[in-house]
Design a protein around this ligand. Structure first.
Ligand SMILES: Cc1ncc(COP(=O)(O)O)c(C=O)c1O
Length: 464
């Protein structure tokens, strides 16, 4: 199938963007002298250059050129209360003022309390903290391989578990020979990764059963997000998760739920609890830190204890694991979310629903067929996530990344690249066409987004 070519539109959007952001443009030139591509995370380095941010509060950012930008990226979906939420800032300020916050290298009462809170809220027996989502999934896989004495890892195509060796296969869609999600994503990996990581399709029970039938006795773990994040914001179907649990138990494999995005996003705990499916290990990050680098592997004691004395797994956490300021942030955030859950989660769900429908309606009003994923299902009653797709046909169903990342089904460049730049010209920041809502967003913000989408859609229509 011939894909649409957006080169000319992107060139004209870039030209306009360069004109209205001269200070960010100048900083990009400086940045390139020392920083690869001008920064330290590929997703932040949109082309021709990113807006350089000077401050953030709630739903808004300010940049070097004085723009006030409505933000749906919200710290890679970490900021459930918006940027710099007062409850967290107050706790950190108080901590630092009283001499608590940078005394890393020790352990203390606060870590014990934070662990108690996380275990109680997520129904976990043990937890160990570290500093990033990628490290949590790496350690979880290490625990699973040690526990089972097996090598193979199973994951779903399109699933992003951070930049760690076992997560670096089957993330991006590859068009050639319809190979889709069977590639390793980086040079430099041990060659064994291509063999040891088996990739199955999200929400496809037959494929999962087939893979387990063929390889189940050599599979150490199946790792997946119960609510698919960067791959497309799609919830697992209830039967699919239940089947994953059953197959892991039957074949002696460890079930790992990566809840780096979904943890504390839908209620005060793991999304798996809403499904009534208990994994053996789960990983948490993002929302529990409210913007601070904190991450955790939680789950069954018999697995996590392998990280302990005599257990043989070098899950040492790292210099900044359970960093005091991060622990303070995590305890404050989880405590706040628990205390205010009745207000926070229904509000987030209502805003999310309104936002997804408003974006679809805005594009439709200008003659562009857009579909927002991110809706909940029978297990997840509401959701504050949204991703925009431009399917070529009406009625396209989105059940796995095979649907939304396939350029024969959706105009992927339009959803990812064009919309991002077109909306930035309207002072709205999105990733994958939208992002996440926080409690700091308002209905007026959604109306502003909708208007921005209508304006962006008009330019896009004119170029097609
Ligand atoms: C589901 C999931 N797991 C793991 C990670 C990696 O987390 P980090 O970027 O903190 O290493 C991410 C990051 O976006 C994620 O979305």
């Amino acid at each position: 199938m011939k894909h649409r070519d957006h080169t000319r539109l992107l060139a004209s959007l870039s030209e306009e963007y360069e004109k209205r952001s001269p200070r960010s443009a100048a900083l990009q030139a400086e940045a390139l002298r020392h920083l690869v591509d001008g920064g330290s995370h590929a997703l932040r380095l949109l082309q021709p250059f990113p807006p350089r941010i000077t401050g953030a509060a709630g739903a808004y950012l300010t940049d070097e050129d004085g723009h006030r930008i409505l933000d749906f990226w919200q710290g890679h979906y970490a900021n459930i209360l918006g940027h710099n939420p007062p409850a967290l800032l107050d706790a950190l300020r108080e901590g630092f003022a009283s001499g608590y916050g940078l005394q890393t290298g020790f352990t203390d009462r606060l870590q014990v309390q934070t662990a108690e809170l996380l275990c109680r809220l997520t129904a976990s027996e043990r937890v160990r903290f570290t500093t990033s989502g990628a490290l949590t999934t790496m350690y979880a896989v290490l625990l699973a391989r040690a526990f089972t004495g097996r090598d193979r890892i199973m994951k779903v195509g399109g699933g992003w578990h951070g930049a760690q060796p076992w997560g670096l296969k089957g993330v991006d869609y590859h068009d050639e020979n319809h190979s889709r999600f069977q590639h390793v994503e980086t040079k430099g990996l041990p060659t064994a990764i291509a063999r040891e990581v088996l990739v199955t399709r999200f929400n496809d029970p037959e494929m999962l059963e087939g893979l387990f039938r063929r390889h189940g006795n050599s599979v150490a773990c199946f790792i997946l997000e119960p609510f698919m994040g960067a791959g497309g914001f799609m919830p697992a179907e209830r039967q699919y998760l239940a089947l994953a649990r059953e197959l892991c138990t039957r074949y002696g494999a460890v079930l790992i739920f990566d809840e780096v995005i979904s943890g504390f996003r839908f209620h005060t705990g793991a999304v798996s609890q809403l499904y009534g499916v208990q994994p053996d290990l789960a990983t948490f990050a993002k929302a529990i830190g409210g913007g601070m680098p904190v991450a955790a592997v939680a789950g069954k004691a018999e697995l996590l204890n392998l990280a302990g004395r005599g257990g043989g797994v070098k899950f040492s956490g790292g210099t900044y694991s359970a960093h005091p300021a991060s622990m303070l942030a995590a305890r404050t955030m989880m405590g706040y979310l628990e205390a205010n859950a009745r207000d926070i989660y229904p509000r987030l769900a209502a805003l999310g629903e309104r936002c997804r429908r408003a974006v679809e309606a805005a594009f439709a009003a200008e003659g562009l067929h857009a579909v927002c994923t991110g809706d909940g299902n029978e297990a997840v009653p509401g959701s504050s996530l949204g991703m925009v797709h431009f399917p070529y046909r009406d009625g396209t169903r989105f059940r796995s990344p095979e649907d939304n990342r396939n350029p024969d089904i959706c105009d992927v460049v339009l959803g990812d690249t064009v919309v991002q730049l077109a909306l930035l010209l309207e002072d709205v920041y999105v990733v994958h066409g939208l992002g996440s809502l926080s409690t700091a967003h308002t209905e007026a913000d959604i109306e502003r987004l909708a208007e921005a989408c209508r304006r962006a859609a008009r330019r896009i229509r004119a170029s097609l």
